[in-house]
Every structure is written in C-alpha cells, then in structure tokens.
Design a protein. Structure first.
Length: 250
C-alpha cells in the first residue's frame, strides 16, 4: 500500500512539474496559462497529448521536437523530475495528511519561483502574494494554537530581508522581501532555517563563481533560487537539519 502511495505522489509531482514548465515560461511573459496549449518553441506545432507525458516523452523523442527536430531543453524533464521527487519526499515526511497538500503547493510555487528568478531576475508578485495569503490561511487552519508563529515568521522574515535590502543596496530587492512573507507564512519558525540555508548555499555557490571567474563582484546574482532551495529543504527536513545543526555544539 505504501509503495502505491509513493507512486501516486510521484505521478502527481510529474504532472504538476509539467504544468510548472508552462508557468515558468508564461508567467514572466504575462501570457495565459491555459491558452494556447503547449507548442514547440521552434515550429509552433502543438504538442499531442501522447508527446506530453512528463520526462518519458522527452526521453522517447531524445530531446527533440517530433516535427522540426528543434532541440528541447533538458530543463523541461528536469523541472518535472525535481517536482516529482520532492512530492515523494513530502509524502514520506507527512503521510496522508493535509500537511502533505500544503507542502506540495509550497514546493510547486518554490520550483516555479526558482526558475523564473534564475531566468529573468524577477520573483513574480502574482505567485508570492497569493501564495503568502493562502499559505497563512492553511497554516492557521492546521495549527490554530500556534497561529501567531506563522504570522510572526512571515512578518519577521520580511522585516529581516527589508533590513538587509537597506544595508546592502542592490543585494536584495522587493521581490525577495515579498518572498520572505510567503516563506514565513508556510514555514513558521523554520523560516529561520530556510533563510540560513539560503545564505549558506548562496554564499558557497557565489564564492565558487567568483573564484572561477564565472561572475565578477559587480554581477547581480538572483537570490530567489537559494531562498526556494532553503525553503524546500526546511519543509522536507526542517527538524532533522535543526537537530544536526544544534548537534554540532554538543
Ligand atoms: Zn518543432
């Protein structure tokens, strides 16, 4: 029975991941999410449903359009696979519970934000603000006794990012502040861990890029992907990571 549940989680994740590819491409371009249907970026041929099966179709067509042979980025199956695996891990963490649904919704939003910010240096308000509102409502409904923790997490994280933006001009933008609202609304106290992981990972990757001269100190590096990764890690393994970190001092 358990195997079956994991399989369903994986399939849901792959299908949502496929939809996220559309979100990642169209939201920053202000295009409709439903119309027109998926089409090849090269020749515009619409993609038949049997060529739109997550990951499998890309592999079967060897990453090329069936009609014009245009190369189709490995990003598409990658986004699907990441979402699928993360959905399985979320189910493993929370089981058959509303928490799983909240985690799936949050992970999906984080995947979309990470790639949109990476591509365009934009954290879309159309995702983070409704996300923050829905996230806060879900958190309060699921944890009515600790509702304040989510309000405090949301406002506290946003205030922290705001302070950073003031000190470090050009480092953080209003998008990062709004994103912190969303993170705190869902993560509660674990938003501290998510921010810590984001700065740690961002620092490591940024350092490597500087050292290998792939980026100069003047280049802007989008921070959304790190905030998203820190958030997903906090959702999937918050307590474990917190214990490991505290264990360093005992
Ligand atoms: Zn084509």
């Amino acid at each position: 029975m358990q195997v079956y549940s994991y399989l369903v989680s994986l399939l849901v994740g792959l299908v949502i991941g496929s939809f996220l590819n559309v979100v990642i491409y169209r939201v920053p371009r202000h295009e409709s999410l439903v119309r027109p249907g998926s089409h090849c970026p090269g020749c515009g041929a619409s993609i038949r449903w049997f060529h739109n099966i997550p990951v499998a179709s890309w592999l079967a067509l060897r990453g090329r359009c069936r009609d014009c042979n245009t190369r189709i980025s490995v990003r598409y199956p990658l986004v699907e696979a990441i979402t699928g695996v993360a959905f399985v891990l979320a189910y493993a963490r929370f089981g058959l519970d509303w928490e799983t649904l909240v985690a799936w919704f949050f992970i999906a939003a984080m995947v979309a934000i990470a790639f949109i910010d990476y591509d365009h240096m934009i954290i879309p308000t159309r995702i983070v603000l409704p996300g923050a509102l829905l996230g806060l409502m879900a958190s309060v409904a699921l944890h009515p006794q600790q509702w304040w923790m989510y309000v405090a997490g949301s406002l506290g994280a946003a205030a922290f990012m705001f302070a950073l933006a003031m000190i470090w001009a050009g480092g953080m933008g209003p998008g990062d502040i709004r994103m912190a609202l969303f993170m705190g609304a869902v993560l509660g106290k674990y938003v501290v861990l998510a921010l810590f992981m984001a700065f740690l990972l961002g620092g490591i990757v940024g350092g490597i890029l500087l050292l290998t001269k792939k980026r100069s100190r003047k280049d802007l590096i989008p921070f959304g992907p790190y905030l998203a990764l820190g958030s997903v890690l906090a959702v999937l393994a918050g307590q474990t990571l917190m214990n490991a970190y505290l264990g360093l001092y005992h």
